[in-house]
Ligand binder design. Structure first.
Ligand SMILES: [Zn+2]
Length: 272
């Protein structure tokens, strides 16, 4: 992220949930010659344990020809965050964005203090990036991150990066989102901490390119990738089921995912 900040671009982070989605992220990054961040959403630990996920990512990262980072996405629970660190995560997101400013600072700072001892990075969130499915209003600038608060939050907590609310939302947008790029610039001027954009599925690329130049240094994508995974499997079962070896599925599905990752990563201008 520091390198991305220097180059006015963003590293791209994808939520994975199993071996196929992890493998394809790395292979796609190798095709694109770009760094990649692989994230796990804490709720997914019912599908794959923290320890297993971290071990797979680390094993594949060591063999990869591009930099690969491991990160725990949105986690609101202190004990769970400590568990993830214990289980091998080298970066975590402490999400206190639904708390009051003071409580968010307290929560995030406590995670940073514990994580720092283990050399683990912490992403915080200030201003809440909601969910389209929950009907959250993401176009109202009264909910956007305030530049001066972002600066004091970064200072008081010691976060490595900061997720900001500037008009994006999690899930599939019903109407085309419009990022508040002026606000983003004001936040960037107020604080030097790398900024993170969540809710990356469906934001037009011209807006993303501008946002990356104006201060976003980590960009999260989940919905698009997970839905594509579903679609690729659905297509395989609909068109090929019973006609070819079951092992063919992995080839077909992974190559579709790799292609998507390699294409999406073109938005990042860091070549490795
Ligand atoms: Zn998010």
């Amino acid at each position: 992220m520091e390198e991305a900040k220097k180059q006015n671009t963003s590293v791209i982070a994808f939520d994975a949930l199993d071996y196929n989605t992890i493998c394809s992220c790395i292979r796609g990054a190798e095709i694109a010659r770009r760094p990649v961040i692989i994230m796990l959403y804490p709720g997914m630990r019912e599908i794959i344990s923290f320890r297993s996920f971290a071990a797979i990512v680390k094993d594949l990262a060591q063999k990869a020809s591009v930099p690969v980072a491991l990160h725990l996405d949105h986690c609101t629970n202190y004990e769970l965050l400590m568990q993830a660190i214990e289980d091998g995560f080298t970066s975590v997101m402490a999400d206190g964005s639904t708390l009051s400013y003071e409580d968010n600072v307290r929560f995030t700072r406590s995670v940073v203090q514990a994580a720092r001892e283990k050399g683990v990075d912490v992403e915080g969130e200030l201003g809440h990036v909601g969910q389209v499915a929950a009907g959250d209003v993401y176009t109202d600038e009264r909910g956007f991150t305030l530049p001066e608060e972002a600066a004091s939050f970064a200072e008081e907590t010691g976060v490595t990066s900061l997720a900001v609310a500037i008009g994006s939302c999690h899930g599939m947008y019903k109407a085309e989102p419009k990022l508040a790029l002026d606000r983003l610039q004001e936040i960037r001027r107020a604080t030097g901490v790398p900024l993170v954009l969540h809710g990356g599925s469906g934001i037009p690329e011209d807006q993303l390119e501008k946002a990356f130049r104006m201060g976003i240094n980590k960009f999260n994508v989940a919905t698009e990738y997970v839905i594509l995974y579903e679609q690729l499997q659905h297509t395989f079962y609909t068109e090929q089921y019973g006609k070819v070896s079951p092992f063919e599925k992995y080839k077909v599905v992974r190559s579709g995912l790799e292609e998507y990752i390699a294409r999406k990563l073109q938005l990042c201008t860091i070549k490795v």
